[in-house]
Design a protein around this ligand. Structure first.
Ligand SMILES: Nc1nc2c(ncn2[C@@H]2O[C@H](COP(=O)(O)OP(=O)(O)O)[C@@H](O)[C@H]2O)c(=O)[nH]1
Ligand SMILES: [Mg+2]
Length: 197
């Protein structure tokens, strides 16, 4: 499973009815719009063009599926926390996420992407609680760590670890640009995705 060379885009779903078959195992990437989710997916799979990277936070409310191997998937969830989104879009996002987390049996873990300069926010905490409600694993990538000095990065890491440790959630520094923490994140993914169906 540590070889992601054959990763490929499967499909996008705008509704729960469009999700790919709920078999095997998948790990979802979640985070605020612009947190660096797509960039993280590209970095851990080693495929720079796989998930689109945008400077303008997207409004598309799509769940994107990528296949690593038969019955092993990465899922790019729609971002949240973008201030200018109309209520109707926000409500639709909420409903989509609620149903996805409630029903999805193949979802075994959540990789939460959090901009290291912001740290954990309330919506991030809600995502972690959602994931844990289904007895799933969770791990936090503190992204864009290259934007922080070393002292500050360590401080944010310690604070996040302290908050998450009680729930058994790991946290690490991550920078796609500096290639920091990429192997560590891949190791977490591999451990989650390995094993039987
Ligand atoms: N400095 C820095 N910028 C990053 C990093 N990862 C992502 N970004 C930038 O953050 C912006 C949003 O990234 P994107 O992956 O599209 O975020 P998403 O909305 O969460 O999918 C883009 O301009 C990226 O180039 C990183 O590790 N370091
Ligand atoms: Mg994205």
């Amino acid at each position: 499973m540590s070889n992601y060379a054959n990763v490929k885009f499967l499909t996008s779903a705008a509704r729960v009815g469009q999700l790919v078959a709920d078999t095997g195992r998948e790990v979802a990437f979640a985070g605020r719009s612009n947190a660096g989710k797509s960039t993280a997916i590209n970095a851990v799979t080693g495929r720079s063009g796989l998930a689109r990277v945008s400077r303008t936070p997207g409004r598309t409310q799509l769940i994107n599926f990528f296949e690593l191997a038969p019955d092993r998937r990465l899922v790019d969830l729609p971002g949240y926390g973008f201030a200018k989104v109309p209520d109707v879009v926000r409500d639709r996002w909420h409903e989509l996420m609620r149903e996805y987390f409630a029903r999805r049996e193949s979802l075994i873990g959540l990789l939460l992407i959090v901009d290291a300069r912001r740290g954990l926010g309330d919506l991030d905490r809600a995502m972690l609680e959602w994931a844990q409600g289904g007895d799933r694993r969770a791990h936090v990538l503190l992204s864009k760590a290259d934007k922080l000095g070393r002292q500050e990065a360590i401080r944010v890491l310690r604070a996040t670890q302290a908050e998450c440790a009680g729930a058994g959630i790991g946290a690490q520094l991550f920078s796609a640009h500096a290639r920091q923490g990429v192997d560590e994140a891949r190791e977490v993914l591999s451990q989650w995705l390995e094993g039987g169906v």
